[in-house]
Design a protein around this ligand. Sequence first.
Ligand code: ARG
Length: 463
Amino acid sequence: MTKTTQNAMWGGRFAAGPDAIMEAINASISFDKRLAAQDIAGSRAHAAMLAAQGIITDSDAKAIREGLLTVLSEIEAGDFPFSTALEDIHMNVESRLRDFIGEPAGRLHTARSRNDQVALDFRMWVRDQTDAAINGIESLQRALLDQAEKGADWVMPGFTHLQTAQPVTWGHHMMAYVEMLGRDASRFRDARKRMNESPLGAAALAGTSFAIDRHATAKALGFDRPSANSLDAVADRDFALEFLSAATICAMHLSRFAEELVIWSSAQFRFVVLSDRFSTGSSIMPQKKNPDAAELIRAKIGRIMGAMVGLFTVMKGLPLTYSKDMQEDKEQVFDAADSLMLALAAMDGMVRDITANREALKAAAASGFSTATDLADWLVRELNLPFRDAHHVTGTLVALAEKQGCDLPDLSLGDMQKVHKGITQAVFDVLGVENSVASRTSYGGTAPSEVRKQVARWKETLK
Ligand code: ARG
């Protein structure tokens, strides 16, 4: 099927309109309508600058700026007649502006191109999402801090290889994620600094002969400065790639924590109870309470990292400057941002609702010979054994306990002395899990006193 209507925006040299399939593959309005607010903000700043520079009249600028607000309220009200024939948000907005204000609308696109326009809109959108990600992360950190403060001295097993390793504290485990999320937030902050240059005024690719003031539009739109190379300004999407990279790392952290919550809430572990608000039931097994929110958070990395890989693949090998390939930059970033914000919000809600099962945590902490290292350290400290020898003696004691079907503190002193005659009653002090964690006072260690210091530091940071 061939269409015969020419495009009103660029149809001058065309005898026939696009084929319907061409229109379908070419149009981006179905998704780039999400850039409407940024598009209109950018156009309003551009119009004001054009008037201040004497490039258009003040009255035209006024009509344009007011007309754009009318367009915006129409979009916000859901009444805007989006048109696929008009391809994208930029031409949809300009065309609607013409419906409202007539001829002056045609002056808005002076000294500008859709190439710098889309680079600007998308950059501002990603900038907003970067701020939202930082807020979401900090809120989750606060939720974790509350848990850490409550359970600074609750003993639980620490794992390596998911095998019981040494006793740690609940607060210490929560604070591990506070640290990870702190780096995630700093990655977003760092990316924001680099993305905060305005591409507006780069025009199609080479700049413009009109006496525009790029510093003024940059300032009006909250940028630190205009970008210094017009080719780079319209060609690069590294700001979106940095956002996706930071999002992927953050999603990976969320995924690991989500996995722990899935394990911890199982009948086999019973470390935590997740609230009904963040769980679902089974339609066939009445006893079930499933940690669906945690599972979905665990999975979100798939689409977020997929978006990152997708955009890298679109961008690699593209010659400078703009190519239409770059229209494929948006949908995946939209989806990744939505997924990240939802995952952060869900984790935030879940963490606030977690009830830790202190008895189960403590019982698990004491099992699996978790204080074997404390025993070895005691042999080094009290009997002056070389650590390797102490390791061997402890291993023999663990094997003995295993044979007797008991834990290390349940061995008799007599049995222990058969393995090493220097062992005294005092050894039992270090075999208890509470003493074990309390002794780990090295900087960043699991001792409740250390955990409380880190909680205090983060509370100050997040104020
Ligand atoms: N819809 C386009 C995009 O998203 C806008 C830029 C179009 N520029 C062009 N020269 N065709 O990339």
